[in-house]
Design a protein around this ligand. Structure first.
Ligand SMILES: Nc1ncnc2c1ncn2[C@@H]1O[C@H](COP(=O)(O)OP(=O)(O)OP(=O)(O)O)[C@@H](O)[C@H]1O
Ligand SMILES: [Mg+2]
Length: 267
């Protein structure tokens, strides 16, 4: 039997209570397994799309499903399958949690109480921290880390927890090139070695374009969808990012230069 699509939307619209129409006429299907990137400018509905897929926001019209489960009717089921790294994590920095507590939390939250860390949990947490080169910080208080280090710990938390789909909302924001490379490599390895689909929102496709199979280009509706090369089309990109956006080709890869990525400074 054919696996259900990773994510499927039919005429989806989402309007916030203040009247803001964040998404409209969104219809698409991504087959499983996939490493999917969702791109688009600020306010284009990327986070809204992901939150609606996870059942955190209700559509005002149409449907969306994950692995064949309707996001409204089967939200509990979806949350069990998905590991989610939100754009702004509400980790209380006043609480002196250690790095290990944060990473273990990803595993413990999926268990029923009483929640104790077993040696298997600890091994998985250490392994995930090693993936992003943060193992040495195991005992360090989380609030003392830099923004980029925190981001790496949050990615490790997602890698350590269990679930067949990993959803990350801008995990590269606020990280330097070295951290970006570590996160991207860890995600790429993880996707290849485990049977895990990854959905990643990003402002910059360049660091991940060789790993990604499907790209969704959003501007409150689907502007482009397909493999990276077909979405990296000059006309499409200009339509979304404005007339200064450019595509350049370098050693067989297409790079998108937009004001967002800051790469068009020398124009
Ligand atoms: N809780 C909310 N209440 C009202 N409007 C909202 C809410 N969250 C988002 N919006 C609006 O919906 C639209 C889409 O927002 P969303 O956060 O999905 O965009 P985004 O593509 O993730 O942007 P960014 O790149 O800045 O993260 C925006 O116009 C935003 O102002
Ligand atoms: Mg967002």
């Amino acid at each position: 039997m054919k696996a259900p699509p990773l994510i499927e939307a039919n005429d989806l619209a989402v309007r916030y209570p203040n009247g803001e129409l964040a998404l409209h006429h969104v219809t698409f299907r991504i087959d499983s397994p996939s490493f999917t990137a969702i791109i688009g400018p600020n306010g284009s509905g990327k986070s809204t799309l992901v939150k609606t897929a996870l059942g955190l926001i209700k559509p005002s019209r149409g449907t969306i499903s994950v692995n064949g489960y309707d996001s409204v009717k089967k939200a509990g089921k979806i949350r069990k399958m998905v590991r989610y790294v939100p754009q702004r994590d509400r980790i209380e920095l006043a609480v002196p949690m250690k790095v290990k507590d944060i990473v273990l939390m990803g595993r413990l939250l999926k268990k029923l109480p009483p929640r104790f860390a077993t040696s298997k949990d600890i091994t998985a947490a250490k392994e995930a921290l090693r993936e992003v080169n943060m193992e040495a910080l195991w005992d360090r208080p989380f609030p003392e880390l830099s923004g980029g280090q925190r981001q790496r710990v949050l990615v490790a938390r997602a890698l350590a927890s269990e679930g067949s789909i990993l959803v990350l909302d801008e995990p590269l924001t606020g990280t330097d090139v070295e951290s970006q490379d570590l996160i991207v490599e860890a995600l790429g390895r993880y996707h290849k070695e485990n049977d895990v689909s990854i959905i990643m929102i990003t402002h910059d496709l360049n660091p991940i374009h060789t790993l990604v199979q499907d790209v969704i280009l959003l501007k409150n509706t689907i502007v482009g969808i397909g493999e990276p090369c077909s979405v990296m089309d000059p006309e499409l990109i200009k339509k979304v990012y404005g007339p200064t956006a450019q595509i350049v080709e370098y050693s067989g890869h297409k790079y998108c230069m937009t004001r967002d990525s800051g790469l068009d400074r020398h124009d």
